[in-house]
Write a protein that binds this ligand. Sequence first.
Ligand SMILES: Cc1cc2nc3c(=O)[nH]c(=O)nc-3n(C[C@H](O)[C@H](O)[C@H](O)COP(=O)(O)OP(=O)(O)OC[C@H]3O[C@@H](n4cnc5c(N)ncnc54)[C@H](O)[C@@H]3O)c2cc1C
Length: 350
Amino acid sequence: MNILIVGAGPTGLTAAVELARRGVLPRVIDKRSGPSELSRAVGIQQLSMDILTPSGVADEIRTEAVRFDGVAFHTGARRVAKFALNFDDRSRLYGLPQDRTEHFLARALARFGGRIEYDTPFEGLTQDETSLRVQLGGTQAVFDHVIGADGAHSAVRAALGLGFPGFDLPGQWSIADVESPDWRDPQTFQGFMLPHGNICIVAPLEAARFRVIASLPDALAALPVPMNVTNIRRSGAFTISVRQVTDYAVGRVYLAGDAAHCHSPAGGRGMNLGIADAADLAGRLIDGGLAGYHAARHAEGAHVLAFSEGLRKAMQSKSPLRRMVMPRVMKFIAAVPPIQRAAVRYFVSG
Ligand SMILES: Cc1cc2nc3c(=O)[nH]c(=O)nc-3n(C[C@H](O)[C@H](O)[C@H](O)COP(=O)(O)OP(=O)(O)OC[C@H]3O[C@@H](n4cnc5c(N)ncnc54)[C@H](O)[C@@H]3O)c2cc1C
């Protein structure tokens, strides 16, 4: 089977590793000149770790990742509740910069005999009943199947002429990766509800290194509690779109990861959803069942988009009533262990 994977992000690399470990070595191309150094996605769910266990990637991730010990919510600087994690399989959450996750995936691909062809952009495709021709890096090649894992601005999706309906959230969000030697609760994922429906999040990246994200132009200035920042490794701004492609498959071309869906970082689902798309697709390419790919992954994507938007809207609510009630609800949930455990399972794996 002759398979092309466009994009060596976490989605494309997971598809490549899952195919290669089962004996089908795909061709993997990326338009970048080398590995990314961006630490975008932090949270890795247990489901992703389960997917990455047979290839050995999960074990490698565990050697570097932070295992979050809890999720804490605040109104301004005041802590409202902290939910404990790690009481069962569905309550585990790991933190690792995305470039390190990609590094471990690329290393596994190399172990199975594969490699990434950098500086090789996807440029277009034509397909009919019998052939699938792709223009890439100034040349043309024929494949049995193509996986478009080329991110939110997917050229594969554009070549298929597919719609990407949804909406863009107003305003810019900000992000900072910082070092802080004495940040409180260094293994806890922390959310802060701010005035006017704004939010700020602090997620552990590794020992004494943290990701701060805010729905305001300056993430560090938005943080309502003091943080002793000794180094800012990277900071920037980003906008958020909430979109899902109309069809995950056209002929023998399939979309996965951000090429098929994008949403806010609330809930930390994006990369995990792409890893799950990739594993599902790789399994279907080898075991059969490709006809069911769109229905299965579109439904799961729609569920995650709704979950992530629900969470973002709840945290960004401007309604005075909701803002008054939410902390009380969280306190109540935290005070009743079975309800707390159910809430954590939903938040971490739901
Ligand atoms: C600030 C921020 C924080 C986030 N936090 C989290 C989190 O905590 N947890 C989580 O799960 N997700 C998170 N995400 C989302 C996560 O980063 C994405 O969902 C994830 O990167 C998607 O992976 P992907 O492989 O589908 O796409 P990408 O990572 O975008 O990779 C696509 C690849 O395709 C390549 N490519 C593009 N066009 C072409 C072309 N024409 N030819 C060849 N190659 C091409 C690109 O160079 C790139 O390498 C976050 C995102 C942001 C912006």
